[in-house]
Write a protein that binds this ligand. Structure first.
Ligand SMILES: Nc1ncnc2c1ncn2[C@@H]1O[C@H](COP(=O)(O)OP(=O)(O)OP(=O)(O)O)[C@@H](O)[C@H]1O
Ligand SMILES: [Mg+2]
Length: 370
């Protein structure tokens, strides 16, 4: 059974350009309208931050705190299968603090998977043609839901890699302690590689039907995990050993899951290099729908959907496909748009939809177009 999950209330303080706002969303669809630069993406980002403890666009957590303020705080009441809970995520003095029902969560993974969300924002259009990091984010998100331990492998791996790099830098390639950190990297890196491969397999399975629904019927998509490291610890450790000199001068490791990628090909050719604009858009959408399917299956709940400004990035036909999809999904949905009048939902009951308008970070309720 798939549980129903929704935000009942949300409050945001000191987050980007939002000084203070509270929101009581509708069960199904929430339309956040507003002109450019008024805080639409910021509000979605606040929801995403509350749910995952991260941002989908910031490089550093500090960016999220409103200029001139000392803290950003997001709170919400979430109801899952009729059971309410409180969540709170804050950034104070550059540090994150997370609470579930007023208690510190067991670990980061348990917090970050508690309220599943899937976001679709303009940066996702780089999934097909952009750098590997965009696809790696997708891979880690899917991995996190299926295997929450991935997050601790990731933490251990990153810390060990940082220490090895510091040693290479300060003491050169012969430092005796290098071996300790290379063993640690090999252990956690190999586990992480296996987790990423399994996540890629799940994604590949989910993406094909979504792609087939939207793309030309004879276009063949293939999705494959392209490991940057190895699943075999000994191989991993040996590679690190032989690459010490290279990694020292490059100032970063040249082997390991931080170089993972998802290889996407259309009719046997690399999508990144050969796909057309339209094909890339379809591919992105299919990958996002696949993420949604994976998260739903792994978590056993309908993820909350956050759609940032889809209609400005997609052509009308694709936008229509997304909106149709939104209407059919059993998820609670938040969409942002500069043109709410284009977003009509005659099939929804009046109480299933709420419309809001953002003006300079403040929110007002507006009347929904029928
Ligand atoms: N830390 C911050 N403190 C204060 N203001 C910020 C901060 N970060 C971003 N802003 C400002 O917040 C405003 C809202 O940005 P946001 O991206 O949410 O706009 P938007 O409504 O999504 O606009 P668009 O339609 O152009 O996408 C911008 O003017 C931005 O410069
Ligand atoms: Mg925006």
């Amino acid at each position: 059974m798939t549980s129903r999950l929704s935000f009942q209330s949300l409050s945001v303080r000191g987050f980007r350009n939002i000084s203070e706002l509270t929101l009581e969303p509708a069960e199904r669809l929430n339309v956040l309208a507003g002109d450019n630069g008024q805080g639409k993406t910021s509000l979605l980002e606040a929801v995403y931050f509350l749910a995952t403890s991260r941002s989908f666009r910031a490089e550093r957590m500090g960016e999220l705190v409103q200029q001139g303020q000392s803290a950003a705080v997001v709170r919400a009441q979430v109801v899952e299968q009729g059971v309410p809970r409180e969540q709170r995520a804050a950034i104070t003095g550059g540090r994150r603090s997370l609470k579930l029902d007023d208690k510190a969560p067991k670990n980061l993974a348990s917090y970050a998977t508690r309220t599943p969300v899937v976001v679709f924002h303009p940066g996702d259009l780089a999934l097909g043609s952009g750098p590997a990091s965009v696809r790696r984010t997708l891979l880690s998100r899917v991995a996190l839901y299926f295997e929450p331990t991935a997050l601790s492998h990731q933490g251990r791996y990153t810390r060990a890699a940082r220490e090895r790099q510091r040693l290479l830098d300060e003491r050169g390639t012969e430092a005796r302690e290098l071996e300790v950190f290379e063993i640690l990297m090999a252990e956690s890196g190999a586990l992480l590689a296996a987790t990423h491969r399994r996540a890629a397999e799940r994604l590949a399975q989910a993406v094909l039907p979504a792609f087939r629904r939207m793309a030309a019927p004879d276009l063949q998509l293939e999705v494959r995990y392209q490991p940057g490291g190895a699943e075999d610890r000994e191989v991993f450790q040996r590679e690190l050993f032989t690459r010490r000199l290279r990694d020292k001068s490059a100032r970063r490791p040249s082997f390991g899951p931080q170089r993972d990628d998802l290889e996407l090909s259309l009719d046997g050719r690399s999508a990144r290099r050969h796909a057309s604009q339209g094909q890339l858009r379809v591919l992105t959408l299919a990958l996002k729908l696949a993420e949604l399917t994976c998260v739903r299956e792994a978590r056993g709940a309908h993820p909350v959907l956050l759609l940032d400004d889809v209609s400005s990035e997609l052509d009308p036909e694709r936008t229509g496909a997304v909106y149709r999809f939104v209407r059919e999904a059993a998820s609670q949905v938040f969409v942002t748009t500069t043109r709410p009048e284009l977003f009509t939902t005659p099939e929804l009951e009046p109480d299933e939809r709420r419309d809001f308008r953002l003006v300079r970070g403040a929110l007002e309720r507006t009347v929904s177009p029928s």
